[in-house]
Design a protein around this ligand. Structure first.
Ligand code: NAP
Length: 249
């Protein structure tokens, strides 16, 4: 453990699996107390907490559907009442429901926007209230290179992720004077459950398009998030840091 984020309270949405899990472990390794949010993966979130505690850190898991405004309000109330504040918010929870637009149902669009974009807005709004009072805070929103470059079959997902970039820039301008920084991280093609179902053929083609020649690991994304959360990024706000092995440039 290092002391870089000591005394910081961090909330990571969707922290039980994949990229969120790696972010929880990285922030904890840098000294933060981590609240591991999950929706359905209770055992996985509990395992992240156990791992953090075994390494001498502090963590707690918290079940919340972050697309639900009432649940988000209750989550922040519980965190502030137990820990006093939220210093670092990582909006990582996300999902895909891919299809070509002719086959995509309005419900497929709505659920992806609600899970990826609305949740991000709700958590930003609620965290900003506490952070403004403290006149400090760092918010990191997980977008995607798909929100920058687009991707056939992902009109819903790309719209949600492009929305996150606009949200990030707008909020960064709104709260900078209150000492709050808001940035986004745009992963490329990362090895998690989200990409596990893709065929070997699709994966091979994707890797061919990555100059660094490999898929990203969740830890690659986590290190970028931890940097933006820390005072090393004290003069960085409103930015989207692309972590994609050079895939989109
Ligand atoms: P993943 O392994 O499928 O994990 C998704 C996470 O989101 C899970 O922890 C899940 O929690 C959580 N989640 C989904 N809906 C939620 C809700 N309503 N409330 C709370 N949590 C919810 O995906 P991943 O690859 O780690 O992706 C993490 C983030 O990175 C996402 O925003 C994704 O869009 C983005 N991203 C991923 C890639 C990639 O290649 N993998 C590339 C670019 C961007 P439960 O399991 O508890 O339901």
């Amino acid at each position: 453990m290092t002391a870089q984020l000591e005394d910081k309270i961090a909330l990571v949405t969707g922290g039980g699996r994949g990229i969120g899990r790696a972010i929880c472990l990285e922030l904890a390794a840098r000294g933060a107390t981590v609240i591991v949010n999950y929706k359905s993966s209770a055992a996985a979130a509990a395992e992240v907490v156990t791992q953090i505690k075994a390494a001498g850190g502090l963590a707690k898991s918290l079940q919340t559907d972050v697309s639900d405004a009432d649940q988000v309000a209750a989550m922040f109330k519980a965190i502030v009442s137990e820990f006093g504040t939220v210093d670092i918010l990582v909006n990582n929870a996300g999902m895909t429901r891919d299809n070509v637009i002719m086959m995509m149902k309005p419900a497929d669009f709505d659920v992806v926007i609600e899970t990826n974009l609305r949740s991000c807005w709700l958590c930003c709004k609620t965290a900003a209230r506490t952070m403004m009072r403290k006149r400090k805070g760092s918010i990191i929103n997980i977008t995607s290179v798909v929100g920058i470059a687009g991707n056939g079959g992902q009109t819903n997902y790309a719209a949600s992720k492009a929305g996150i970039i606009g949200l990030t820039k707008s909020l960064a301008k709104e709260v900078a004077a209150r000492g709050i920084r808001v940035n986004a991280v745009a992963p490329g093609f990362v090895e998690t459950d989200m990409t596990a179902d893709l065929t070997d053929d699709i994966k091979e083609k994707a890797i061919e398009a990555i100059p660094l020649g490999r898929m990203g690991a969740p830890e690659d994304i986590a290190k970028a998030v931890a940097f933006l959360a820390s005072d090393d990024a004290a003069y960085i706000t409103g930015q989207t840091l692309v972590v994609d092995g050079g895939m989109v440039m």
